[in-house]
Design a protein around this ligand. Structure first.
Ligand code: ATP
Ligand code: MG
Length: 178
């Protein structure tokens, strides 16, 4: 009798702050999408918003990422994850908030090490055009009025326009009102 082989669904995890989600992140996820069946995307530092380094809320970042990933033919779960100041239990904290995943992708050395120490298979993801595809560089362009729209997916441009994201960033970057 022929044995029927059940094919297990493989699921990958990827985390960032996504302030905002940009084409570097999107290129990494597009490539991971070719290797697994599902992706869990963790939105790190989820509790922060309205700060120069963290202008967007977790909910706004969920929408940016979910809409951008619609054109990738893959099931994704986008999960906000608040920081905890305790690296030794950070992987358990992540897992308490996410669907099960089989492996993680990152190029952050600390995240790599924490997954490795927790016994989770982890692969290094490559960097793409890091000088331009960088949250810090994009926020700086928003502040100085340079073009940033070509560095993020179209869906992210639309979300940032809808929420008045650039005006928010400029406002929180101003000194106290005199
Ligand atoms: P910031 O400058 O605000 O820290 P960032 O561009 O580093 O933003 P994060 O959200 O901090 O983006 O990073 C999430 C993950 O994405 C990190 O592991 C980071 O190394 C990776 N990443 C960031 N930029 C790129 C890029 N251009 N190509 C591939 N991966 C990237
Ligand atoms: Mg970063």
């Amino acid at each position: 009798m022929r044995q029927r082989k059940e094919r297990r669904i493989s699921c990958a995890f990827y985390i960032g702050r996504f302030q905002p989600y940009h084409l570097g992140h999107h290129t990494v996820l597009s490539s991971i999408a070719g290797e697994v069946d599902e992706i869990v995307i963790g939105i790190g530092s989820a509790q922060y918003s309205h700060e120069i380094k963290n202008p967007f809320t977790a909910g706004e970042r969920v929408v940016m990422i979910s809409r951008s990933l619609r054109d990738l033919d893959i099931d994704c779960y986008v999960i906000p994850i608040e920081d905890i100041q305790r690296n030794a239990v950070w992987v358990s904290h992540v897992m308490s908030m996410t669907p099960h995943f089989d492996l993680a992708y990152t190029n952050n050395p600390l995240v790599f090490r924490l997954f490795e120490d927790a016994g989770v298979p982890v692969k290094r993801s490559p960097m793409y055009r890091r000088d331009e595809y960088s949250g810090t560089a994009i926020r700086e362009k928003m502040l100085t009025g340079e073009e940033w729209e070509n560095l993020v997916p179209d869906a992210v441009v639309r979300v940032i326009e809808e929420i008045g994201g650039v005006a928010r960033l400029r406002e929180i970057a101003r000194d106290d009102l005199g």
